[in-house]
Write a protein of this length. Structure first.
Length: 406
C-alpha cells in the first residue's frame, strides 16, 4: 500500500489530520491569480492545519520556458497585452482556436499533470481557471482516484462548451451566481457536485472594516468634497481608453486609477479639465479610493464589477463587439439587478454617465439591496465538506498501478 493510500485510510478515522490543497491558477487577466491568492490567505487563517500550495498551470506545462524562447512571450502575455491595449475584438473566435489546441494537446497535458499530481500528492485540487479543467480533472482521476477536483468559478456565468464546466467528469463546481448554477444543471452536472457561494471571490481586505472621511480625503486629493465623483478603473495596467473617457467627461469629477501604467498617468495629468481630477498610479488600496467615489466606470469584468457593488457603487460599463465573450453576461447581470447603465462604447460614455447621475439615488438603493458577498470565506467550508464526504469513499490505488503512471 502506498504512502498516499495509507494517508487516506488514516484520514477516514481522523479528519483533523493535515490536508494538502493544490490550487491551480494562471496569469491571464490577473483575476485568476488574485482569486487563488485570496483563497490561499483565507484557508491558511480558517484551516491552519491545511497545507495550501498554489501552482501556475503554464509553468507546470512549460517548466523550461520553451514558449517564451520561441515566441518571445509567455502564453498569458499575449492575452494580457490585448487587455492593456483594449484590442479585444475577435477574442471569441480566438477562444475557439485555443480550445481546439487544448483538445489536440489533451494527451500531453494529461500526462504532464499526472506526473505533477504524483509528485505533490494532494488531498484536494482546486482550479480557478477555465478551459483546462477537462485534462486536469482527468489526470487527477487516473492518478489519485477519489481525490476531489473542485472548480471555483471566477466568472459570473459560464461560456459553454468546455469553458468552466465539464459535466461528464467528476468535477465539483462552486458558482457565484444562480445563473451559473442553472447553467450547470442544464448541462447535466450532478446536484451533489454543485455548490453556491454568495458572489465572486474578493480579496479579504475588501471585507475588513474601513472608516473613510470622504470629505477630508477628497480634499486631500484636490477634489470637491460635495461633487458627485466617478472612479475609473481598468485593471492593474490601466487602459488607453481612460484618456478618452476623461476627455469626454470634462465636467465630471473623477478619480482615475492607472495601475502600473505610468505613461497613461502622465497623459491624464497633462489633460485640461473643467472638473477636478485625481490621477492615481499603482496602489494596493483600491478599496479606499473606491469608497471615495459615488459611481464606477470600467469594463464588465466580474472582479471589478463585484468590487464596485461590494463597496456600494453603481456602475457604468459597456457591451459591444469588443466585449470579451465570457464577460457579456455580466452586463445582463447589471441590467437585471438595476446596478447601473450599460452603454455601447467607452468612447461615447457621456450619455450613460449623465443618465446614471440623474438616477443616482435609485441605482445606489439597488446596489445597497444586493446580498452581502462573503464568497472568499465560504469556500473553505465548502472544500471541507467535499473532503469529508470523499474521505469515506476514496478508493486505494496499488503500487503497481501507481508505477504504471510514473
Amino acid at each position: 500500500m502506498t504512502a498516499v493510500a495509507l494517508s487516506r485510510q488514516h484520514n477516514v478515522c481522523n479528519m483533523s489530520t493535515a490536508k494538502t490543497i493544490n490550487i491551480w491558477y494562471f496569469n491571464a487577466g490577473g483575476g485568476h491569480r488574485a482569486a487563488a491568492a485570496a483563497l490561499e490567505q483565507v484557508i491558511r487563517t480558517q484551516q491552519p492545519h491545511w497545507q495550501v500550495r498554489a501552482f501556475n498551470i503554464m509553468e507546470v506545462l512549460d517548466p523550461n520556458g520553451w514558449c517564451k524562447r520561441v515566441t518571445g512571450m509567455q502564453p498569458e502575455d499575449y492575452y494580457n497585452v490585448r487587455l492593456k491595449t483594449g484590442f479585444t475584438l475577435g477574442l471569441a473566435q480566438e477562444l475557439k482556436v485555443f480550445q481546439a489546441m487544448v483538445r489536440a494537446l489533451h494527451p500531453a497535458i494529461v500526462h504532464i499533470v499526472e506526473q505533477h499530481y504524483l509528485r505533490t500528492e494532494p488531498d484536494l485540487v482546486v482550479s480557478v481557471i477555465p478551459n483546462l479543467n477537462r485534462p486536469m480533472c482527468e489526470a487527477l482521476a487516473t492518478t489519485l482516484p477519489g481525490v476531489p477536483y473542485v472548480t471555483v468559478m471566477t466568472d459570473i456565468a459560464d461560456f459553454p462548451p468546455d469553458f468552466w464546466i465539464t459535466p461528464d467528469q467528476d468535477q465539483h463546481l462552486v458558482c457565484g451566481s444562480e445563473h451559473a448554477l442553472q447553467q450547470a444543471r442544464e448541462l447535466g452536472c450532478r446536484e451533489s457536485h454543485l455548490h453556491r457561494m454568495s458572489g465572486m471571490i474578493l480579496r479579504p481586505d475588501f471585507h475588513e472594516p474601513l472608516r473613510v472621511d470622504r470629505a477630508e480625503e477628497r480634499r486631500a486629493l484636490g477634489l470637491d468634497p460635495d461633487r458627485p465623483t466617478g472612479v475609473v478603473l481598468f485593471g492593474g495596467h490601466g487602459s488607453r481608453v481612460m484618456a478618452s473617457i476623461a476627455e469626454e467627461l470634462d465636467g465630471v469629477q473623477l478619480i482615475l486609477l492607472c495601475g502600473h501604467n505610468v505613461q497613461l498617468a502622465r497623459r491624464l495629468r497633462a489633460q485640461k479639465a473643467s472638473a477636478p481630477r485625481a490621477v492615481v498610479e499603482f496602489t494596493r488600496d483600491v478599496r479606499r479610493y473606491m469608497q471615495l467615489g459615488d459611481f464606477f466606470i470600467g469594463k464588465p469584468g466580474p472582479g471589478s464589477l463585484s468590487e464596485a457593488v461590494h463597496v456600494g457603487l453603481p456602475v457604468v460599463t459597456v457591451r459591444n463587439a469588443w466585449t470579451m465573450p465570457q464577460e457579456r453576461y455580466n452586463t445582463e447581470w447589471v441590467r437585471e439587478n438595476g446596478l447601473g447603465i450599460v452603454g455601447r462604447s467607452m468612447r461615447r460614455i457621456n450619455e450613460p454617465v449623465r443618465e446614471l447621475l440623474a438616477r443616482l439615488p435609485e441605482f445606489s438603493a439597488n446596489v445597497a439591496r444586493m446580498p452581502p458577498n462573503r464568497a472568499v470565506f465560504e469556500v473553505p467550508a465548502i472544500l471541507e465538506r467535499i473532503m469529508t464526504r470523499a474521505s469515506t469513499t476514496a478508493p486505494v490505488r496499488s503500487d503497481e498501478a501507481r508505477g504504471e503512471l510514473a
